[in-house]
Design a protein around this ligand. Sequence first.
Ligand code: GAL
Length: 645
Amino acid sequence: MKRTIGTCYYPEHWPRDIWQEDARRMAEAGLTWVRIGEFSWSRLEPQPGQYDFDWLDQAISVLGAAGLKVVLGTPTATPPRWMLDRHPDMLALDAEGRPRKFGSRRHYCFSHEGYKAECARIVTLLAERYGNNPNVAAWQTDNEYGCHDTTVSYSAAARIAFQRWLRARYPGNGNDGDIAALNKAWGNVFWSMEYDSFDQIDLPNLTVTEPNPSHVLDFRRFSSDQVVVFNRLQVDIIRAHSDAPIAHNYMGRITDFDHFKVGDDLDIASWDSYPLGFLEDRVKADDAHKRAYARQGDPDFQAFHHDLYRAVGRGRWWVMEQQPGPVNWAPFNPAPLPGMVRLWSWEAFAHGAEAVCYFRWRQAPMAQEQMHAGLLRPDSAEAEGLAEARQVAQEIADAPEVTVGLADVALIFDYQAVWAWQIQPHGRGMDYFDLVFDTYRALRQLGLSIDIVRPDGELTGYRMILAPGLMHMPDALKQAQKDSKALWVLGPRTGARDATMRAPIPLPPALSGQGLTVSRVESLRPDMPLPLETGGAVILYREFVEGAFDVLERTKDDQPAVVVDGNLIYLCGWLDPVGMRRVLQRAADLVQIDTVDLPEGVRRRKTADECFWFNHTTEAAQVQGMDLAPLSVVRVASPAPQPET
Ligand code: GAL
């Protein structure tokens, strides 16, 4: 498929008489897509029931006339001020019970039925009006669910909805749930927390000390399901009127709802990629690393999300917002080095992105994002990013198509595991995302390409499957591991809790046919790493294991750190980068997956028939006899990887 590029545009921010010139310049630069509309509710419906679609009609037709395709966003992330007069209780409440007020965006609670009805109303009007418009070639629901910590709400609406959700999860006779089943599942006999009825169950905030982890996990599942329901409401309406594909724009390292479940209702997963903002804000790394990559972004963070959202989109995914220059929201906001906007774009295509859209067309001279670059400056002169976008468009036109193939290894990622680790970390710094990302980085440093897979995803064809920290391992996955010919890399904490957040007995990881038992665990201060005999260390967390297995690695205090049992390698702790890389190298060697020892900041991404090489550093590098210039992308034909059947 030919890849495409686009931009995010806000016609309502600019006088009508410049729309045509904007559209002409977009087309001239080689853009295909223009996303519009996602924050425009106050202009679509200035007063309740008083509509103005005129400007949107015109904007869509001006863009269409220039040969551009529109992604139309539903405006539900920014309800207008009058909405609050109609629904004063629609705001989310934070964990301290304070309202998340009007004056920015995302000021709604996912459980508020009145607000959901308003959303259904505006989305219906848009879908009816533009469902058959030939210029509207895709849709976006809302904007960045979960942004600004908005998935979870402790409102009265959420409390009622949570009780309803629990009744369905612990069903009894008739309409009421089985409260005894809930008490048993949560272990409420502990501290006399037993309930007599579902009406008594509150949201797990403002308790004296920590609430019951089982209670919190169900609340997090419920909160995630509320996002799924909210999104599905819009999708069903749009589908009734339009055949165009529907996307949502997810984010970097936002894990408060199950993106796989939201993605099941959509045609395309997309995400908003801000490599420099993320490096400062969301990557766990020391200052030296942050300084070295301050103008390039982390060499693995974007790739991780590309692979994650390829899975969420079941193969179809985009970058809906790509950083084109400095952003405004991270602790520091440097400009990218020349060439990085192009490199980021090609990295996304190499991972299978159908489209990369730059945020935003023109930098805004007003309001919150004045200091966020666009492709144009506020005075409409070209900003740095535009020349690179133009170059990417030209390169796409001249280059062969990118064909995605099966990756070397599968890495399982689970949103419920994120929540379980947050609820019961056992030590500061214990974060599931970081553990999975450390694993991902080590795999990439070995030159491997990775498919991220959901816990119930397809695992056929992989020779190596990794599920670090997968706190609850569903029975079907345990069975798959037992029956598998692949090498599995599990632990630490894989299978450490059952579905209700209780420790399983027999003790974890409780894999049938495998003699391994985690008998006890400890968390470690950051200044007490446990050195491994062969270099590197166990950090943050260690498990003591017993049973019959071969020991692959030991700590210097003579405890097994990595053990092998049949098709299973189990990591009895969080390995530091040195240990992780060595162990994964040994694992890859065991199943004869081809690795390469990459220089600092160089990465390889294999597609079905090519290798893309990326040099994220400002130094020239050499790999496999090839010269990689600083910040370069090199594309080389290669034989397809041969998956085992
Ligand atoms: C995204 C958001 C955009 C814009 C951008 C700034 O999170 O979707 O609307 O705010 O960040 O980087």
